[in-house]
Design a protein around this ligand. Structure first.
Ligand code: ADP
Ligand code: MG
Length: 256
C-alpha cells in the first residue's frame, strides 16, 4: 500500500468486494487529493457504482480500507460489518451522493426536500434550515422553484435539487453516479454547470460519468475501470487523449 497520498481527502486502499462468487472489486486503490475531481469511466458492470457505494458504506466492502477526511474504516473478511449506527450516520453525512434517479420526496416541495436532512439529521432549527436551503437553491439556479413539487419540475431541475439537498449536509466530498445519464440531452448542460461550479469552489468529488468531454474538462484525474480493476489512471491528457492500455483505447473509441 502506498502512503504517498496520505494527505488525500479520499483514500481507498486495496478494496475488495464480492457478491457470492462474483468478485466485483479486485484490489482497488485510489487517492483523491483534497479539492480535486476524479472522473471514473468504464463499461457497464465494471464495478463503478459498487465502488461509490462502498465509499459511503451503502455497500460493505469485504477487504481493504476506506478513509474520508479523518474517518477511517478497515474491513477484514467475512466478519466485515458496518460501524455502529451513530458513527455510520456521521460518516454518511460527510459524503454527499447523487444518483442517476433523483429520489426526491414527492410529497415535499423543492425547498422542503433540501431542508429535510438539515432538520432531521443535523437538527438545524427550521427557520435556519429554510434560509440555508434557499441559499442552496439559489446556488443551483432554482430559487424561483422553491415552492414547487418535484412532479412539476424537469429532470434537470430535479437533479439540481438533489445536488442542493446533498450539499445541505455540508459534505466533505460529493459522489455522483451517472448524474446526467437519465436526462434528456438538452437538460444535461444545466446539471454539468452546477458540477462545474462545485469543482471551481474546491469541492472534492468523484464523478462516475459517460460524459467524456466533461471528464476531460473538469477532472484532475481520470480512472478507467473494467471488470473490477483500475486499468489506467492519470490526468485526462493521458487517459482520455493518449490512453496506454488497449482496453482504454477500445472503450474510448465508442465515444468518437
Ligand atoms: P457499474 O456501475 O460499473 O455498471 P456495478 O458496480 O453496478 O457496475 O456492478 C458491477 C457488478 O456487480 C455487476 O456484474 C453487477 O451485476 C454486480 N452487482 C452489483 N450490485 C450487486 C448486488 N447487490 N448483488 C449482486 N451483484 C451485484
Ligand atoms: Mg453504475
Amino acid at each position: 500500500m502506498n502512503n504517498q497520498h496520505s494527505d488525500a481527502m479520499i483514500q481507498i486502499s486495496n478494496l475488495k468486494k464480492a457478491f457470492g462468487e462474483h468478485v466485483v472489486l479486485k484490489d482497488i486503490s485510489i487517492a483523491v487529493p483534497r479539492g480535486s475531481v476524479v472522473a471514473m469511466i468504464g463499461p457497464s458492470g465494471s464495478g463503478k457504482s459498487t465502488l461509490l457505494r462502498c465509499l459511503n458504506l451503502l455497500t460493505v466492502p469485504d477487504l481493504g480500507t476506506v478513509r474520508i477526511g479523518e474517518r477511517h474504516f478497515e474491513f477484514s473478511g467475512r466478519k466485515s460489518r458496518l460501524p455502529k449506527d451513530r458513527e455510520l450516520a456521521a460518516f454518511r453525512a460527510r459524503t454527499g451522493m447523487v444518483f442517476q434517479h433523483f429520489n426526491l420526496f414527492p410529497h415535499m416541495t423543492a425547498v422542503e426536500n433540501v431542508m429535510e436532512g438539515m432538520v432531521t439529521v443535523l437538527r438545524t432549527p427550521k427557520a435556519e434550515a429554510r434560509a440555508k436551503a434557499m441559499a442552496l437553491l439559489q446556488k443551483v439556479g432554482l430559487s424561483d422553484r422553491a415552492d414547487m413539487y418535484p412532479q412539476k419540475l424537469s429532470g434537470g431541475q430535479k437533479q439540481r435539487i438533489a445536488i442542493a439537498r446533498a450539499l445541505a449536509m455540508q459534505p466533505d466530498v460529493m459522489l455522483f453516479d451517472e448524474a446526467t445519464s437519465a436526462l434528456d440531452p438538452e437538460l444535461v448542460g444545466e446539471v454539468l454547470n452546477v458540477i462545474r461550479g462545485l469543482a471551481a469552489d474546491g469541492m472534492t468529488m468523484i464523478l462516475v460519468t459517460h460524459e467524456i468531454a466533461f471528464a476531460r474538462e473538469v477532472a484532475d484525474q481520470v480512472v478507467f475501470m473494467r471488470d473490477g480493476v483500475v486499468v489506467e489512471a492519470g490526468p485526462p491528457s493521458q487517459v482520455i487523449d493518449n490512453p496506454r492500455e488497449a482496453a482504454t483505447q477500445a472503450f474510448l473509441a465508442r465515444f468518437n
